[in-house]
Design a protein around this ligand. Sequence first.
Ligand code: HEM
Length: 412
Amino acid sequence: MASDIHFDPFEEDALADPGAAYGALRAACPFHHQPAQAGRPDYYVLSDHAEIKTDILQGNPIWSFRFGNAMKDSISDVGFKTDGDFHAAFRMVVQRGLTPPMVKAWRPKIEAIVDELLDAMLAIPDGQGDFYSLFALPLPARMMCRMLGAPEADYQNYKRWSDTLQFLTFEDPEPGSYEVVLREIYPHFTTLIEQRQALLAAAGVDDPDLSHLGAVLPDDFMSRALVSRVEGRRLTHEEMLNICLAFLTGGQETTTNLIGHLLRRLLEAPERWEQLKADPSLIDNAVEESLRFDPPVLAHFRTSLSETQMHGHDIPERAKLMFSICGANRDPAVFEAPDEFRIDRPLPEARQHLSFGSGVHLCLGAPVARLEARIALERLIERLPNLRLLGLGGRVRTWMYWGHTGLDVAWS
Ligand code: HEM
């Protein structure tokens, strides 16, 4: 460990090219101590792929999720922000609705949204526009409305809430501002819950279970939360809201950026785009390579519940440990030529990325995000085969996320 190595995720270079900055830190110092500076807390950074995956994320009892996964503590010890057996039980509430056949069943809905968005793009007279606002943003946001059970017309609110909450979780410019935004968001979800409670009451169901999904209740994750049990009891209102927040903030911007990065990397080297058109069986490879090369989430944190030792150093209780997803994704022990974007990187290798985390908190929405990206590419190469890149917008403002605000493209 060394604390004299220069690494600052807030600096211009790291913000503009995180792959280079986080990769360089991993190479120089896979376990790094970042002393408190500029109002930011002291923390440790782990970038070694094997160590993150095996020692930290498989349910290590020292390194807790109870205080959230941001640099500073966030609302804690509820829903997903828990550890151990309770977390595993809580996770099952959502996981039961994301089995492979269930995710596969979303395909027609995703295809319909994709086709509608592409129809609108093709109707633009001068054949050019911003791919983010036309496609990469509305697709995940509309799907999120669907999954949570809100009208799709709410998608711009979902996007705005998600951006604001993410920014406040990870930047926290004014303590308390997060709670102010929650006061705007909670009534929306409370209404969704109350609508479902009214449906149950009207049908005379006072002990609902999963069999009521798609029968008495719409089959969405809001209904699922309402009828499910955790450790034998109903979910509290706060726990139901926690599921909504985890979906809202975890599943939109990230998927938008996956789709945006993917198209950017394919179009900035047009031979990649041509290769994919010639061999669409490479779509899954391209999606996984994009996730590896441009992880939408650069890093997350855990908090120590007691004193511990790492790499021979004493780590105090309540220390913050950043696991560098972006650094681990550039680990040459796992990925050949990690700094190269290879559209045909073998799937078993590309899939080793940690972009969805790993272990006990592995992303529950990963199959949905992958399916959206896959269908987007299938349809883009078919319906807009002559796409060209015109320019890249600015960077998203939350430092822990990696993405852009726009991608100008042209088609003919
Ligand atoms: C490309 C898109 C996505 C990326 C890169 C991503 C990334 C991640 C990461 C890194 C974690 C692990 C958090 C940690 O261990 O600290 C996570 C967890 C989670 N994600 Fe995603 N996510 C994506 C899409 C989604 C979607 C679409 C949903 C919802 C449908 C979703 C819901 C969740 C939930 C609920 C968790 C918490 C799991 C738990 O704590 O047990 N994510 N995600």
